[in-house]
Design a protein around this ligand. Structure first.
Ligand code: ADP
Ligand code: MG
Length: 306
C-alpha cells in the first residue's frame, strides 16, 4: 500500500488570501461557485482517495484494479496546481477521474473532496478526448449552459460565458455552432474547456484531452492551458490530467504520478521543477529534456512489468 502524500503546501499571509478571494469573487460571483468551493482556508486536502478497492467481475475471473489505493492531493492556497497521472493503458487512470468527478463509486473505500464526501448534485467538470459539446447549440450557449443549469440569470450567464470565450481565445466565434468542421478540433476543445471553467471550479479533470489533435494543435493547446492559469484572471483550479504523452505531462504539470498496475499504486512521484511561467523556450531547455527522459524511462520500466 503506497500513498502519494508528498505535496508541499504554500501558506500565504492572511491578507494575500483575502485579496485572492476578493479578486476571484469580483470576476466570478455566481451561486455556482458554491458548488465545489473551499470553505475558508482550512488545512484540508483537495482530494483524498482512501483505501480504495475496485473489483470487476466475480471469482475466479475477477479483475482487481485497486486494492488499498490511496491518493492525497493537498491544497496549494490561492495558486493552481497541475497534477498529471500516467501509467499503462488499463491501469485505472480514467477510473480515478471518474471517482473524483462522481461518475463512479469504488467497490469500497472513501472519496473525499475538500474533506467531505460528495453531496448529491455536486459535479466536477471533466474534459474528454472526444468532443463533448452540443452540436446543435452555439458556442455561447454551450459555454453558458452550466451557469443556466445552476440557476444563474440568462443575461448574467451569457455575460460570464463571453468572458470565458475571450479567455480561451474564441471571441468572434461565439455565435457559430459548436460543430466540426465549422470549428476545428482545437477550437472545439477550447469550447469544452471554457464550459468546464465557466463556473470557476476548484477542480478540473482532463482525460487525455488533446489525444485526438494533430501535433501542432496539441502543442498550441498545451501552451494555451498553461497561459490561462498563468494569466491574471482569477482561475486557479487544481487540474488533474491523464495523458500518455511524456512531454505533455512535463510541460503542463507541477507533479507527475506514474501508476503501476495489477492492482495499481503510485509508483513514482516526479516533481517538475520547471519555471511557473512556461513558454516554448522551456521545451528547448536541458532540464525539460532531462525530465522527459526521466518520465519516459520510468514509463518504460512500468511497461516491462507483467
Ligand atoms: N465496467 C467495467 N467492467 C469491467 N471492467 C472494467 C469496467 N470499467 C473499467 N474496467 C477495467 O478497469 C481497468 C481500468 O480502466 P480505466 O480506468 O479506464 O483504465 P485507463 O488507465 O486506461 O484509463 C481496465 O482494465 C478496464 O478494462
Ligand atoms: Mg483511460
Amino acid at each position: 500500500m503506497k500513498t502519494g502524500n508528498i505535496w508541499s503546501k504554500k501558506v500565504p499571509e492572511a491578507q494575500e488570501q483575502q485579496e485572492a478571494l476578493e479578486s476571484k469573487q469580483e470576476v466570478f460571483s455566481s451561486p455556482v461557485e458554491q458548488l465545489i468551493t473551499k470553505e475558508g482556508f482550512e488545512d484540508v486536502n483537495v482530494i483524498d482517495l482512501k483505501d480504495i478497492v475496485q473489483i470487476y467481475g466475480d471469482k475466479p475471473n475477477q479483475n482487481v484494479i485497486f486494492d488499498g489505493f490511496n491518493l492525497e492531493i493537498k491544497d496549494i492556497v490561492a495558486k493552481g496546481q497541475f497534477v498529471a497521472i500516467m501509467g499503462k493503458s488499463g491501469c485505472g487512470k480514467s477510473t480515478i477521474l471518474r471517482y473524483i468527478s462522481g461518475l463512479q463509486k469504488p467497490t469500497s473505500g472513501e472519496v473525499l473532496i475538500y474533506g467531505q464526501p460528495r453531496k448529491s448534485g455536486q459535479s466536477i467538470p471533466m474534459v474528454f478526448q472526444q468532443y463533448s459539446s452540443f452540436e446543435w447549440m452555439s458556442v455561447l450557449d454551450n459555454v453558458a449552459l452550466p451557469l443556466l443549469i445552476n440557476g444563474v440569470e440568462k443575461s448574467k450567464a451569457r455575460e460570464k460565458a463571453m468572458e470565458m470565450i475571450n479567455i480561451v481565445g474564441l471571441s468572434g466565434h461565439e455565435n457559430k455552432w459548436a460543430k466540426y468542421p465549422i470549428l476545428s478540433g482545437g477550437q472545439l476543445q477550447r469550447v469544452a474547456i471554457a464550459r468546464s471553467l465557466v463556473a470557476n471550479p476548484q477542480i478540473l479533470l482532463m482525460d487525455e484531452p488533446f489525444g485526438a489533435l494533430d501535433i501542432v494543435t496539441r502543442k498550441q493547446m498545451q501552451m494555451f492551458m498553461r497561459s490561462i492559469f498563468e494569466a491574471d484572471n482569477a482561475l486557479d483550479p487544481t487540474t488533474i490530467l491523464v495523458t500518455h504523452s511524456e512531454s505533455e505531462a512535463v510541460f503542463l504539470a507541477s507533479d507527475i504520478l506514474i501508476l503501476d498496475s495489477g492492482p495499481a499504486s503510485i509508483r513514482y512521484h516526479i516533481k517538475i521543477d520547471l519555471p511557473d511561467i512556461r513558454d516554448n523556450s522551456v521545451r528547448k531547455s536541458t532540464r525539460f529534456t532531462e525530465l522527459v527522459n526521466e518520465v519516459r524511462d520510468k514509463m518504460e520500466a512500468i511497461e516491462l512489468e507483467k
